[in-house]
Ligand binder design. Structure first.
Ligand code: FPP
Ligand code: MG
Length: 321
């Protein structure tokens, strides 16, 4: 995985280093507790796929500028802030295989840690000097809140259908990927045209792929990075593999599924999902969105940057972890 990311990063290698400098600079603080929290989060910093996408999209659409680097830092900081808050909301003690900020510092401090990352994100947005980028980041923050609220508060009937599910994953995951493409394009200081829209569309499909893959991992032993298998069921989240099976089921089967789901009978649900084709269906959907994402790149010149984005899409869709 790390090697694949390195290869994909090749066309924007120098910019990645500059992004990292901006990211770390944004997190400086004279407060010891904040420094401890920042160090804890940085210890398992993840693959930083979103800033990579910003840089690649900027380079494909125009040219990387200082605004691109600050925009990349801003979106990654917003993403990390949202995960810190998400772990408080989900009462989740694990993030990327390590204790979450919640587990290490307890909820009140962890919420403030998330606030610090959010504020750092806003500083980086301001440093782009580009008001449309600042608005895009703020809109993204609002969209994340909406997605999280949708997930928290949907009525039971609304939850158990694919329309609702795709609404949630578009809001909580794909929108962030779209924003990466938009930021990349905006930061080149060119007008957003049809080509930029194609990049945004590509990213939406990529984001859907990313979340579907994540949802598949929840059913695979050793698949999901840093979260236990069955975590989604544990948190009461019915994702596509099970939703598909649920939608195909008769009324009496639906009742059985709901009973198993509500009593968190993970082993039963896992077996059912495999037997009734929920995994195969989700895999077909992943392939469908992967192809859609690749198609969006067709009008772009065949450069090493386009190749890198194609590899990025393949990595997201085909990753084993
Ligand atoms: C992970 O989902 C969570 C998100 C993608 C978004 C969380 C958003 C918020 C908490 C609101 C907005 C916050 C800010 C700072 C603007 P998940 O719980 O399904 O995935 P997981 O398994 O990674 O926890
Ligand atoms: Mg969560």
């Amino acid at each position: 995985m790390k090697q694949a990311i390195q290869q994909i990063s090749e066309p924007v290698k120098a910019a990645i280093e500059q992004f990292k400098t901006a990211y770390q600079a944004a997190l400086q603080s004279d407060n010891a507790l904040i420094r401890q929290m920042v160090d804890h989060v940085n210890q398992s910093s993840g693959k930083q796929m979103r800033p990579l996408l910003v840089l690649l999209c900027a380079q494909l659409y125009g040219d990387i500028t200082p605004a691109t680097l600050h925009a990349a830092a801003s979106i990654e900081l917003l993403h990390v802030a949202s995960l810190i808050h998400d772990d408080v909301i989900d009462e989740s003690n694990l993030r990327r295989g390590e204790p979450s900020l919640l587990a290490k510092f307890k909820s009140k401090t962890a919420v403030l840690g998330g606030d610090f990352f959010l504020s750092a994100s806003l500083s980086e947005a301001a440093l782009t000097g580009h008001i449309d980028i600042v608005s895009t980041i703020s809109d993204m923050g609002k969209a994340l809140v909406k997605g999280e609220l949708l997930q928290l508060s949907g009525s039971k009937d609304a939850i158990y259908n694919q329309n609702y599910y795709f609404g949630v994953i578009k809001a909580k995951t794909a929108a962030l990927f779209c924003t990466c493409a938009k930021l990349g394009a905006l930061s080149t200081l060119k007008e957003l045209d049809d080509k930029a829209q194609r990049l945004i569309e590509m990213s939406e499909n990529l984001g859907i792929c990313f979340q579907l893959k994540d949802d598949v991992f929840d059913y695979q032993e050793g698949g999901h990075i840093g979260k236990p298998v069955g975590n989604d069921i544990q948190e009461g989240k019915m994702t596509l593999p099970l939703l598909y099976v649920y939608e195909q089921a008769s009324n009496s089967e639906k009742e059985e599924i709901l009973q198993a789901f509500n009593s968190k009978d993970i082993a039963y649900i896992q077996q059912l999902v495999v037997e009734k084709g929920g995994m195969d269906y989700t895999q077909q959907q992943i392939t469908y969105y992967k192809e859609k994402a690749l198609q969006c790149l067709q009008d772009f010149e065949d450069t090493p940057t386009r190749k890198a984005i194609e590899q990025f899409i393949a990595l997201v869709a085909d990753r084993q972890k």
